[in-house]
Design a protein around this ligand. Structure first.
Ligand code: PEP
Length: 249
């Protein structure tokens, strides 16, 4: 039985002061028993976020990082910096990074490997556009994203990674995938992991669904056999996030 993960993605929202205030308020309303809960916040607020949840089992994640150790990469943040700040997770390959900032599968693979090297758990995002879904190439496209992300990642290293299946047409649109649609792709991703590694690894990796998850649809989505929780954008900034966590327990 895989432990569920409920991860909030705050994207480019909230100042450090606001992050501190929201998390201080939210942490007492969230029950983490039986579930892994984390908030991914903007880089400038990571330290404030880590301090705000101190003494709880809530973890903090970054929304991105660079694959080099250090050096002349203006504006970038390294894995060591995240570790030093107390960050445990990092979202990699979010569709907004892929579409707006041009990150491709090769870059994402390099970031995945660097995160693993520093024992930061990568939350590897994948997902198709509406056009790809309509053309019936969803599974093939997502499988390619997964195969690339895990290129040269050993079975042992893959074990503790997390995948988030996020159909692009469902992110921030209020248009949630049906539980059957989400389950179909998550099951296929698990099959892909089994083909790359083995059944044990496929059974260990947690696969989240993301895309307009809220307190009204979370229960049905999380009840699917291959959906091990959610990557939650908009709703993770609202009090309903505590209810979403409840459905993961
Ligand atoms: C996301 O940011 O990854 C996401 C799924 O956003 P939303 O829940 O707002 O669709």
């Amino acid at each position: 039985m895989r432990r569920k993960v409920i991860a909030g993605n705050w994207k480019m929202n909230k100042t450090p002061r606001e992050v501190r205030s929201i998390l201080t308020d939210m942490k007492d309303k969230i029950c983490t028993e039986g579930v892994d809960v984390l908030f991914c916040v903007p880089a400038i607020s990571l330290v404030a976020a880590v301090e705000s949840v101190k003494g709880t089992d809530i973890a903090i994640g970054a929304e991105n990082m660079f694959y080099e150790e250090q050096g002349a990469y203006t504006g970038e943040i390294s894995a060591s910096m995240l570790v030093d700040a107390g960050v445990k997770y990092v979202i990699l390959g979010h569709s907004e990074r892929r579409q707006i900032f041009g990150e491709d599968n090769t870059v994402i693979n390099m970031k995945v490997k660097k995160a693993i090297e520093h024992k930061i758990i990568p939350i590897i995002c994948c997902g198709e556009t509406l056009e790809q879904r309509e053309h019936g190439v969803t599974l093939e496209f997502v499988e390619e994203q997964i195969r690339s992300a895990y290129y040269n990642v050993s079975r042992e290293e893959a074990h503790d990674t997390i995948i988030a299946y996020e159909p692009i047409w469902a992110i921030g649109t209020g248009k949630v995938a049906t539980s059957a649609q989400a389950q179909e792709v998550c099951a296929d991703i698990r099959g892909c992991i089994e083909r790359i590694y083995d059944r044990e690894t496929a059974d260990a990796i947690r696969i989240l669904y993301g895309g307009s998850v809220n307190a009204s649809n979370a229960e049905e989505l999380f009840a699917m056999p291959d959906i091990d929780g959610g990557l939650v954008g908009g709703a993770s900034l609202k009090p309903e996030f505590a209810d979403i966590v409840e459905f993961g327990r």
